[in-house]
Design a binder for this molecule. Structure first.
Ligand SMILES: [Zn+2]
Length: 725
């Protein structure tokens, strides 16, 4: 075989083989590496199971990165070594949450990989299932595997056997390690000596004994919590008490160089509840209060799956032996009370299948929490509230808004995106993206062809040079190699692009979408369509809605996160309770006074304001009565075209008297004040009350407020006879 007929990679192979002779295993292994393997990528998969290991086991990390040098020594150029280290610090024992491992598998299936390098085979896959999947794919696509001990070809029977054994052993090793740890822990726990962390108010002495925290203030806070719980009865009330008096928990640091140092942390509901539930405060030792249920574990979230069985099912419970803050009887009573609090709230709690459409999808822009749905009032109207700050930290309530306007707004958005015209547009956009993709693919193909041509030319040039002219030959060899590498990279790029091609809709599916979009508004508003049906549709289209009310005003910023990643920004105008809440209140009043000065009548002013885009707090248009009322409230004289007793709307009068509208309506029913209902099925009530009447009503209100249940003096309930005009 003459040197001229060898490709650069074959040259490299010879070079690598001669390099490896120092190491018997590598030399043996490298005979498995062929030209075909070197044409493909060498992938170094780096993984350490948790962030602490990443920090502490530097050498192991460096050793793993050194695998890059090993790949180069085996004949791969540096540019063709791909390092996958996305799984650093991932502790999950299955591949589901390890994106790096998934990427490794994808590259293998795309036939891009010639060699997979890992520090130890056990580090490549942590369970036999993942391991055998990798082996199977590597065998099918002809990729080799290597660790510090050697190079393996999974398609070879002997190597496959060895690799299978290594996988089994690593799984067994892992199992034994866990088993030993668990066994040791259980033995210690049975003796009452195993402690993870001791709760607030306790410390561990030098000899390992659990004693009360020597800091007296820490102890006092713990006692205060239990005393307050006896008095107030709920954890929430205790939390708010602690916050109101700025009382903090003294927490000892668990780790680090400042271990044992005292931190004063603000109370939160989780800590408070775990204190109330912890048997150690009654002097009891317990273990296994929260066993893990593997079925409930969520991949990628290590703290999930905890269960809370009843006391009889705890692994260990010894009711004395530790220093106690409260008696065992008091602890049991507290548990009973907490339990009852729970069931009470469950009984009273809001029905889950309510009218609110966005439950679970709505988030607060101020603090990022999920808003909860609550139902209130006689009509059980849904309202979205952000309560995390209030419930967890006893702080002020964050924001809340009535569900109806927001639901209606989001429904409008949904129906808008599902109109035939919009769908037509979206389909066109998809078609355009497809064309764009086709163009891109074509471009990549052309580039690839050019690269192929250049590689061929470089090969021809190399072959025609005289072998004696070594300098030129080496130069040409390098450029040939470069051209081949470029060609290979472009090929892989193209393959990735084709692999990421989205699923195409079939023509009958397209027709179905189009025909459904025509019927949708009718379906959406049909009587048979329940709130649950609408919720399902919304969940298909919208991932989340983020809201931020601008103070108390009528303006709400709404951010809709659509499925697929598009985010649209909107501003919603919601009804509010009073004029003063309107963001443009001053502007509105100034405009009314201007028009008034210009000599317009109330009716004319109302029309003018409607034309100029102003609206009432309830988002309605203005009328003459509203204008007169606004003017009189603003200290203006009555409308000159009409003199008569001041008239009020029910809600405005209730606001003036600072009382609920419902109560005022019940007074009206009892005949305690004058009123007249306007024409129509839901005609508005017009109430009559001058200054004397207002005074009487205020007195009546005070009487009802202060002496509930007592008979009301007749002079307070009799309206002053109304002068008809
Ligand atoms: Zn919030």
């Amino acid at each position: 075989m003459s040197a001229i007929s060898l490709t650069p990679a074959q040259h490299a192979e010879i070079g690598a083989a001669s390099l490896d002779t120092g190491h018997s295993l590598s030399a043996f292994g490298s005979s498995k590496i062929s030209h075909r393997h070197r044409e493909r990528l060498a992938v170094v998969y780096v993984r350490q199971s948790d962030p602490q290991q990443v920090l502490q086991h530097r050498e192991s990390k460096e050793l793993q990165y050194n695998l890059v040098d090993r790949a180069i020594a085996l004949g791969w150029p540096r540019e063709r070594v791909l390092v996958i280290d996305e799984d650093q610090g991932q502790s999950a024992q299955s591949a589901a949450s390890r994106h790096g491992f998934q990427r490794l598998l994808t590259e293998v299936t795309l036939d891009h990989v010639g060699l997979v390098l890992g520090f130890q085979m056990s580090r490549l896959a942590r369970s036999c299932k993942d391991w055998h999947q990798l082996l199977e794919l590597c065998a099918r696509f002809g990729a080799l595997l290597t660790d510090l001990d050697g190079i393996y070809d999974p398609a070879d029977y002997n190597d496959r056997l060895l690799l299978g054994l290594k996988g089994t052993m690593s799984e067994a090793e892992l199992h034994m390690m866990c088993q030993r740890m668990h066994q040791g822990r259980s033995n210690k726990a049975r003796r009452g000596e195993f402690f993870n962390h001791v709760p607030i108010g306790y410390v561990r002495s030098e000899s390992g004994q659990v004693v009360m925290d020597p800091d007296e203030e820490v102890q006092a806070v713990v006692r205060l919590v239990f005393d307050n719980f006896d008095e107030l009865g709920t954890a929430g009330a205790v939390l708010r008490f602690l916050v109101a008096h700025d009382i903090r928990f003294g927490v000892r640091r668990h780790e680090g160089p400042t271990r044992g140092q005292l931190d004063w942390r603000r109370p939160c509901s989780t800590t408070l509840l775990s204190m109330l539930h912890h048997p150690m405060y009654a002097g009891a030792y317990s273990h296994g209060r929260h066993p893990i249920d593997p079925r409930r574990k969520v991949p990628g979230r290590p703290r999930t799956g905890r269960t809370t069985p009843s006391m009889e099912l705890w692994e260990v419970l010894q009711t004395d032996g530790l220093p106690a803050y409260i008696t065992w009887e008091r602890f049991l009573a507290n548990q009973e009370r907490l339990q009852q609090n729970c069931s009470r709230s469950a009984a009273k709690g809001c029905p889950r299948k309510g009218d609110a459409l966005l439950g679970g999808l709505l988030f607060c822009r101020r603090c990022g929490a999920r808003l909860v749905v609550g139902y209130s009032g006689a009509q059980n109207r849904p309202r979205y509230r952000c309560l995390r700050a209030y419930q967890s930290y006893g702080l002020e309530k964050c924001q809340s808004l009535s569900a109806a306007p927001l639901d209606e707004f989001v429904s409008r958005q949904i129906l808008h995106v599902l109109t035939p015209a919009t769908i037509e547009l979206s389909l066109k956009a998809i078609e355009q993206t497809k064309q764009e993709r086709r163009r891109l693919t074509k471009l990549r193909r052309q580039r690839l062809e050019r690269a192929q041509y250049e590689a061929d030319r470089a090969a021809r040039q190399y072959h025609v040079v005289e072998p004696e002219n070594r300098l030129v030959a080496r130069q040409l060899e390098n450029s040939w190699e470069e051209a081949l590498r470029r060609q290979r990279e472009l090929e892989e790029d193209l393959r990735r692009l084709e692999h990421a091609q989205p699923v195409e809709l079939k023509s009958d599916e397209l027709e179905m979408i189009k025909s459904l979009s025509i019927d949708l508004p009718t379906l959406w508003n049909a009587i048979g369509t329940t709130a649950a049906d609408r919720q399902i549709i919304i969940r298909h289209l919208i991932e989340r809605v983020v809201v931020d009310t601008q103070g108390e005003s009528e303006r709400v910023d709404v951010e809709v996160h659509w499925s697929g990643g598009f985010v649209s920004q909107h501003e919603l105008i919601r009804p509010v309770a009073s004029y003063r809440q309107l963001s443009g209140y001053d502007e509105l009043m100034a405009r009314i006074e201007d028009l008034r000065t210009a000599g317009r009548t109330s009716a004319q002013i109302a029309d003018q304001l409607d034309d100029e885009g102003f609206h009432t707090p309830s988002c309605n248009s203005f009328d003459a009565l509203t204008i007169r009322r606004l003017l009189s409230r603003h200290g203006e004289s009555q409308d000159p075209e009409r003199s008569g007793p001041p008239q009020w709307r029910l809600r405005d009068l209730a606001e003036k008297l600072e009382m609920p509208t419902g109560t005022l309506r019940s007074w009206l029913r009892r005949g305690w004040l004058h009123g007249k209902q306007q024409e129509g099925a839901h005609g508005r009530w017009i109430l009559w009350a001058d200054d004397d009447e207002l005074h009487r009503l205020a007195q009546l209100r005070q009487h009802r407020h202060e002496s509930t249940g007592l008979p009301v003096p007749i002079e307070l309930t009799t309206p002053i006879p109304r002068i008809e005009n």
